[in-house]
Design a protein around this ligand. Structure first.
Ligand SMILES: Cc1cc2nc3c(=O)[nH]c(=O)nc-3n(C[C@H](O)[C@H](O)[C@H](O)COP(=O)(O)O)c2cc1C
Length: 201
C-alpha cells in the first residue's frame, strides 16, 4: 500500500489553488497517490459576481478540480490543508467542511495521520502564521502528527522562510512566485516522506 495524500483546500481567487497544485505535485513526485480536492463554495452568487477574479476562479475550477468529500478523508493516509486567511483565520468554506467530520473523528479515522497546512494572505504580515496555527488546532483534536516544513531545507528561505507552512503574500493580485511554489512542492514531498516513514514504523 502506498502513501495516499489528500490535498484539500479553499481558494476564492486562485492563489491557494496554485499552492495546492504545487503541494500535490510534490507529493506525487514521491510516488504517493494524490487527490487534489477543493471544498464546496458557500458564498452566494451575488458575492462571487461582485469580484471578477472570484467568479473567474469558481468557473475555471468547477470542472477542473473535484469537490472534497468525507470519503477523501477516510481514503487518505496523509493530509495537506490550504486556505486563504480571513482576518487571520481559516475560511468558513474550509471550516464548514471540517465541521462535517465529527463522525470520522469519533471513529478515530484521523489518528496518527501526518498533516500539514499552507496559506495565502494579501499582506506580508497579514496573518499567515495565525491562519496555519488556527488550522492546526483542528489537527491536534484529530490526533494527527503535524508536519511543519520548519527549516528542514535551504530552499524554504527563498520563499520567505516560514517554518509553519508555505505562505504567500498575494498583494495587489500577484500569483505565487516560483520560490513559493517550490516551497509548496517541498511541503508535499516532505509530507509524503514523513507519511512513508510512519507507514514503515
Ligand atoms: C473577508 C476577507 C478577509 C481577509 N482577511 C485578510 C487578512 O486578515 N490579512 C490579509 O493579509 N489578507 C486578508 N484577506 C485577503 C486574502 O486572504 C488574500 O487575498 C488571499 O491571498 C486570497 O487567496 P485566494 O486567491 O486563494 O483566494 C482577506 C480577504 C477577505 C475576502
Amino acid at each position: 500500500m502506498s502513501v495516499r495524500v489528500a490535498v484539500i483546500y479553499y481558494s476564492a481567487t486562485g492563489n491557494v489553488h496554485q499552492l495546492a497544485k504545487a503541494v500535490a505535485e510534490g507529493a506525487a513526485s514521491r510516488d504517493a497517490e494524490v487527490r487534489l480536492r477543493r471544498v464546496h463554495e458557500l458564498a452566494p452568487d451575488t458575492a462571487v459576481d461582485a469580484n471578477p477574479a472570484w467568479r473567474a476562479h469558481v468557473d475555471s475550477t468547477k470542472n477542473e478540480v473535484q469537490e472534497a468529500t468525507l470519503e477523501d478523508l477516510e481514503w487518505a493516509t496523509a493530509y495537506a490543508f490550504g486556505t486563504p486567511t480571513r482576518f487571520g483565520n481559516v475560511t468558513s468554506q474550509l471550516k464548514q467542511f471540517i465541521d462535517l467530520t465529527g463522525g470520522l473523528w469519533q471513529a478515530g479515522v484521523f489518528h496518527n495521520k501526518p498533516a500539514t497546512s499552507f496559506t495565502s494572505a494579501m499582506n506580508r504580515h497579514g496573518g499567515q502564521e495565525s491562519t496555519i496555527l488556527s488550522m492546526n488546532n483542528v489537527l491536534y483534536h484529530w490526533g494527527c502528527v503535524i508536519v511543519p516544513p520548519g527549516y528542514t531545507d535551504p530552499l524554504l528561505f527563498a520563499a520567505g522562510g516560514n517554518p509553519y507552512g508555505t505562505s504567500w503574500a498575494s498583494g495587489g493580485g500577484e500569483t505565487p512566485d516560483e520560490a513559493t511554489l517550490e516551497a509548496a512542492r517541498y511541503q508535499g514531498r516532505h509530507l509524503a516522506d514523513i507519511a512513508e516513514r510512519l507507514r514503515m514504523s
